[in-house]
Design a protein around this ligand. Structure first.
Ligand code: ATP
Ligand code: MG
Ligand code: MG
Length: 350
């Protein structure tokens, strides 16, 4: 069988390895962390730094195609691998998604609507941006943020200095606060031949900057914006010559969908697809990067709800296992407050 290389050892890598195995592929995971839950399911696991040429050469030689499950991986080793073995999604997509300013500018060039934003590199630039954009606003580090880390709300111009300190005085973007009824995401799968499928959009609810719940089908406010958002996601994927799952987060704004950010990988707001869609996001990612026909994205139940288990939420596992129609996933990570420990997907009649 062919071998799929996966960079990153978290739960997304683990779920990709399960989907790959079902289709008869071997997987090789490369990750630097001792605690890599993908090691539980991958055919082979290498714990090593991404920057070692010897490790990368060996990895490339052992794999037929390489993908990644984490967008904050360094770009340079991914580009190096792409010179030796097909890498999907292409490193260019990763480079754009790693930098919030590049990402927003890129999406604007292809007709997407974003929050008003400005890149800021100094406290003075932040103060000037607050003058232009107004308050409330959100200051986000340009790079490396996830789960709401590296961002701080600015209620009034007087908060500028404290906010600048709070994000560690790093290059950042200031975003105007978007007024929205709901948040949702478009998960699109694209093959190297240009064919695409996309999932019905979940309504995503966040708590403390972390995804808490995804609900399908989405309420009418989201359904009304689905086409426009899905079309934008399709244009983004096409412009990037993308292969794999592309996740785009949106706010359902008053004038239409407002693009928030994208992730060039499988996404937490698509975990419901494992039991709740005919073909999961993980299987469609594997199919896409391997050039196989894409799978059906339709729902398997009238209503699907995915709840993240954060920190000690996962201690309730026995109770969830006792519930008919509840599908429990535990990631096998050490419990820490605020950490995604697992999720549960419930298939409901209505
Ligand atoms: P992820 O884990 O999804 O990668 P992240 O750390 O990259 O998260 P964002 O998605 O940018 O962060 O923001 C986290 C949440 O904060 C959003 O889902 C939304 O609820 C809220 N938020 C972010 N930006 C804005 C904005 N401009 N206006 C209103 N709410 C916002
Ligand atoms: Mg993000
Ligand atoms: Mg986000």
């Amino acid at each position: 069988g062919s071998t799929i290389g996966i960079l990153g050892g978290g739960q997304l890598g683990r779920m990709l390895a399960v989907a790959a195995a079902q289709l008869g592929y071997n997987t090789r995971v490369l990750a630097p962390d001792a605690e890599s839950v993908a090691a539980q399911t991958a055919s082979s696991f290498t714990r090593a730094d991404y920057h070692s040429r010897i490790v990368l050469d060996e990895f490339a030689a052992a794999c037929d195609v390489v993908t990644y499950e984490f967008e904050n991986i360094a770009l340079e080793p991914v580009e190096y691998l792409a010179g030796k073995v097909p890498v999907h999604p292409a490193p260019a997509a990763l480079g754009i998604a790693q930098d919030r300013a590049t990402e927003k500018a890129f999406v604007e060039t292809i007709g997407g609507r974003t929050a008003p934003w400005a890149a800021v590199a100094t406290l003075d630039e932040l103060k000037a941006a607050i003058d232009t954009i107004g308050c409330p606003a959100i200051l986000k580090t340009l790079r490396l943020g996830y789960d709401g880390k590296g961002q701080v709300r600015i209620a009034a111009p007087g908060d500028a200095e404290a906010a600048w300190q709070a994000i560690g005085q790093r290059p950042a973007i200031l975003e105007g606060f978007v007024t929205f009824s709901h948040e949702f995401s478009i998960l699109l799968a694209r093959s190297p031949d240009g064919s695409t499928v996309s999932y019905p959009p979940p309504w995503n609810e966040h708590k403390d900057g972390v995804l808490d719940r995804s609900t399908l089908p989405a309420p009418a406010e989201i359904a009304a914006q689905w086409d426009e958002a899905a079309e934008l996601a399709g244009r983004i994927a096409e412009a990037l010559g993308y292969a794999g799952i592309l996740a785009c987060e949106f706010f359902a704004g008053t004038d239409g969908p407002v693009f928030n950010e994208m992730a060039p990988r499988v996404h937490n707001s698509g975990h419901w697809t494992i039991e709740g869609a005919n073909c999961s996001q993980f299987e469609n990612h594997i199919r896409a990067i391997c050039g196989l026909p894409l799978g059906d994205t339709g729902l398997t139940a009238p209503k699907v709800v995915m709840d993240n288990l954060i920190g000690h939420d996962a201690d309730r596992w026995a109770e969830i296992l006792a519930e008919p129609g509840a599908h429990l996933h535990l990631y096998g990570k050490e419990t820490r407050p605020g950490r995604k420990m697992g999720h549960v997907t419930r298939l409901l009649r209505d």
